[in-house]
Design a protein around this ligand. Structure first.
Ligand code: GAL
Length: 692
């Protein structure tokens, strides 16, 4: 039996197309006619329609004008294209938002927003919910069986906060349901701090950063509210048109997306991805590796068996006037698209099909520009990509099967974000979302080695991984601690870092030990304290062993941990400063499993050598022997079809490169060429190959 499962039933092809907004062009039918001509020429097959078109579907309350959409969908069907039909809640029609302030969000500073912009309706507003329910019911009734409609797309990039009275009331109720008594909440929040003791649920203010638990619970509440809203939108679609799968476009690990909660309600996962591979990108490799991390994450949102695709990416510049968003170098587009496929994507759609003439995104790149139709450089890049599809289509339905997982946990992200530590860090002018940037930093050495990774949370099945990586696992409750303990006892190799097991689920510091809740025993260390010093003021560290391929010297940067090895091998030590001579890297074995702990943040090369050593010991398969890294800017990702690998070999540099094949003989699936010894890859070169 084959393990191939394409995303769309009976459509084993790469999805290719974009956000299509004919609703902006209804007064110029000749342009719409041209769209249909150009769609074929571009080799596109899938279009997201109706995303921001509420005011064209219902120009006045209760007056519906679906005829233009009937026509567009009929024409898409006639040409054999797929439509991803959106519910139009991404933007509020002014007839609804202007007179009814309840549908508009209240900002953090408690000011009600004006009737402007998009992505800003109130999650709780009964009026908003009533109106979108009417709209979605009509869409489902009218289009649920339309031959073009292959998927529903719910709203657009759902996210963001609303602090209106209705949303706040919901929060107080949520608190009461969770804590039952104010005494329990006061204890969980450590509210004696700065005289916060609450005597009424309504006194809890999630914006009060001095009680970080309130901010953390607000995120949890919002996550549930978000899913509640999502379920509200999909109810008529599921009821009336149950055969049409449902998706919504995520924004990577954006903090307002809530995957564990949302997963059961999604049929297909989709993702918007804008790494900004411009000619003069200051750190293109960093951006490329970070993009891969997010693609791994998105793939894992769905869990086993669910497919995903890229709903939006930029064919060229994101193009906001006056901002530094340059154009992609020649040839980069194909590489970016192959990168998406390499991580399991089943399609690459752009924002946007045609550039609008006005509005905030009129300069944003598009397949069809303001002038030039099919005669533009960009259009030709799109054609170049679709010309590859007939051969590349064979990767559809194959799956990635990494042996390594990196932990990304929403609640830990929120806990870091709301903690004093996060504020201390931003005071140094360092980038926000420390937890996320750490995940990306720890992912990079795998990317450099062509070792595939899943990015998963604590609810995933870790038993399939040889190595689990837990960077900054700051929030540890019983369930999370037990997961780590069971994994190592079951023979897994776990590597964790500074800030492991510092706080519980409401941000209270563990007082049994650091790391807390039994992880001190699992790792065999006591982590006494941390010294945070100015970025770029580095201390030396040194390897304590010579036979593991660890870097002989390390640079300790920003976080220096004071670690005691209670029951663990010391593999590297800190050489200077307050903690000179203390352990920096440790490992404790337990049966076949091992728990590694890195107590200080180290330089890129040092971290890479540690990851190499961990993977070697755990027997992780890599592209080169001995888990050696590839030359800078080269990477490989692998999908499997019935157990057989399909490799994606990529060069993220503007210069010629040679990819060693380490004894493999490959066959390029596009040219059928046999490749032995090494593969020559030109600037931004990319090849998809099977083992010969
Ligand atoms: C996305 C959004 C699109 C468009 C695009 C521009 O985040 O979903 O509607 O605004 O950005 O890059």
């Amino acid at each position: 039996m084959t393990d191939k499962k394409p995303l769309l039933k009976d459509f084993p092809h790469i999805l290719h197309g974009g956000d299509y907004n004919p609703d902006q062009w209804l007064h110029m039918p000749e342009k719409i006619n041209d769209d249909f001509r150009l769609m074929k020429l571009a080799g596109c097959n899938t279009f997201s329609v109706g995303i921001f078109s509420w005011s064209q579907l219902e120009p006045r309350e209760g007056v519906f004008t679906f005829e233009w959409l009937d026509d567009i969908l009929d024409r898409l069907a006639k040409d054999g294209h797929n439509a991803v039909l959106a519910t139009p809640s991404g933007a509020k029609p002014i007839w609804l938002s202007d007179p009814n302030e309840e549908v508009r969000r209240v900002r953090y500073d408690r000011v009600r927003e004006a009737s402007v912009s998009r992505h800003n309706f109130c999650w709780s507003s009964p009026l908003w919910r009533e109106k979108i329910r009417i709209m979605n019911t009509k869409l489902a009734e009218r289009y649920g069986k339309h031959p073009a409609v292959k998927m529903w797309h719910i709203s657009n990039e759902l996210g963001g906060d609303c602090y209106c009275d209705l949303c706040m009331e919901g929060f107080y109720k949520w608190l009461e349901e969770h804590y039952k008594t104010l005494d329990a909440l006061n204890e969980a929040y450590w509210s004696a701090f700065w005289s916060h003791r609450y005597s009424d649920w309504t006194q809890v203010d999630p914006r009060d950063g001095t009680i970080d638990a309130s901010g953390l619970d607000w995120r949890r509440y919002e996550a549930e509210l978000f899913v509640d809203y999502f379920k509200w939108e999909i109810e008529p679609l599921r009821r009336i048109a149950p055969d049409v799968p449902i998706t919504t476009n995520h924004m990577g690990t954006h903090k307002t997306n809530h995957y564990d909660w949302l997963r059961p309600h999604l049929d297909v996962v989709s993702q918007d991805m804008y790494p900004g591979y411009a000619t003069e990108h200051v750190d293109l490799l960093g951006a490329a590796a970070a993009c891969s991390y997010e693609l791994d994450y998105i793939r894992c949102i769905g869990g086993e068996g669910k497919r995903w695709f890229t709903m939006e990416c930029a064919i060229d510049s994101r193009g906001l006037w006056g901002q530094r968003f340059g154009l992609k170098p020649n040839g980069m587009h194909g590489l970016e698209m192959v990168q998406h496929l390499s991580h399991g994507s089943e399609g690459t759609l752009y924002f946007q099909w045609r550039k609008g003439r006005g509005g905030a995104e009129k300069f944003h790149s598009a397949v069809v520009s303001h002038t030039g139709d099919e005669n533009t450089r960009t259009f030709k890049e799109v054609q170049k990509w679709s010309a590859r599809h007939p051969k590349l289509d064979q990767v559809i339905g194959s799956i990635n099967k990494p042996e390594v997982a990196i932990i990304y946990d929403n609640e830990t992200d929120w806990a870091c974000d709301t903690s004093e530590f996060e504020r201390a860090r931003s005071q140094w002018g360092m980038e926000k979302r420390f937890y996320l940037s750490q995940g990306q930093q720890w992912h990079r050495p795998f990317w450099d080695r062509g070792i595939g990774t899943d990015v998963v949370g604590y609810n995933a099945d870790w038993s399939r991984y040889k190595v689990v990586v837990a960077p900054v696992a700051y929030l540890i409750d019983q369930k999370r601690a037990q997961k780590m303990i069971d994994y190592v006892r079951g023979g897994g190799t776990l590597i964790a870092s500074y800030y492991l097991g510092v706080v519980n689920e409401t941000g209270l510091c563990h007082i049994d030990s650091w790391p807390g809740l039994g992880l001190d025993q699992l790792f065999g260390v006591w982590s006494e304290e941390f010294d945070l010093f100015r970025p770029h003021l580095q201390l030396n560290g040194k390897s304590a062993v010579t036979d593991m391929g660890l870097a002989p010297e390390f640079k300790i940067d920003f976080i220096n941990g004071h670690i005691h090895a209670i029951d663990a091998d010391v593999l590297a030590t800190c050489e200077e400063g307050l903690f000179a001579g203390k352990p920096m890297l440790t490992r404790r074995r337990e049966g076949d499993g091992a728990a590694w702990y890195l107590g200080s943040m180290v330089d890129e090369g040092g971290l890479s050598s540690i990851i190499g050593a961990v993977c070697r010991e755990a027997g992780v398969k890599s592209w080169l022997p001995d888990c050696e890294p590839l030359a800078e800017g080269l990477t490989v990702q692998t999908r499997y079809e019935d157990g057989k690998p399909i490799h994606f070999l990529m060069n993220f540099t503007p210069i010629d490169a040679s990819m060693p094949l380490a004894g493999r003989t490959l066959r390029n699936i596009e040219t059928d060429e046999k490749i032995e010894d090494a593969l020559a890859l030109g600037p931004w070169g990319n090849v998809v190959a099977r083992e010969a």
